[in-house]
Design a protein. Sequence first.
Length: 285
Amino acid sequence: MIQWYPGHMAKTKKIIAENLKHIDIALHIIDARIPKSSYNPLLERILGSKPQIIVFNKADLADSSANKKWIMYYNDKGINIVETNAKNRQGIDDIFKTARDLMRNRREKLMRVGYVNVPIRLMILGIPNVGKSTLINAMVGSTKAKVGNKPGITKGKQWIRIGDEFEYMDTPGILWPKFEDEMTGYMLALVGSINDDLLDFEELSLKFIERIVQRYPEVLLEKYKLDRLSDDNYTNLVNIGKKRGCLIKGGEVDTLKAAKIVIDDFRSGRLGNITLELPEDIGHE
Ligand code: G4P
């Protein structure tokens, strides 16, 4: 996975700005479980007046009532948002519909002066692991057709046509995650957007348990068959380890093993539908 350094970010920003000149709409993919931390507000600055659609991917793993709150939050700001499950192609048609609606006036104008089949050009952007490649595959479906290199597009970029109406850059724009505070780092780590090799799983699991105790306490009680939750999250981790048989010599609990189980259960959806950040968290951490 890419490591982000300031020089690297500046270069990426330049390439994205260059590519954006050639498209009509940016599809900004975020992870529905952490809508605050997986959203890169710097993209808005690079976008300027270019329309964006926020694609709320992995909505199948998130909490549907939280999804609704986020949709209202963005709708109130006049930003288009579409919920997707790229893995199962759910919501893909809503992306096309929203894009069509956004471009309707411009296309009608062009058609009045004689253009036919003016494609709507899209680009997919997002931080690592939000599902950009999966989404591209879901959008292309079986209608994939390469359009070939176009002058002015960053070397190596290809346009792919989807039906008669859409074209998009086949290489997604990888945005750097924002590292603005410690909690954002934990959130990104939990959904796998930061290289696992760099992580302290035990510490991460404690942050996760802390949030779950606040928001979804019943999830831990039910999934790990705990009798009750402690105010001390390390004790909760130890109890989860006991229930899961994570023991080392002498009957002590292997808390690292327990931590990995908890994080893996969350990432794979085995803990059920969970959203770790709500609109009200913006500006509160
Ligand atoms: P990226 O290009 O943004 O880095 O992400 P990518 O498409 O590689 O997707 C990252 C992981 O997220 C993949 O899982 C992918 O299957 C999964 N994923 C993408 N979109 C969705 C979605 O809407 N819902 C769910 N549940 N999962 C999604 P993986 O474990 O790396 O691979 P695989 O085992 O699924 O093949």
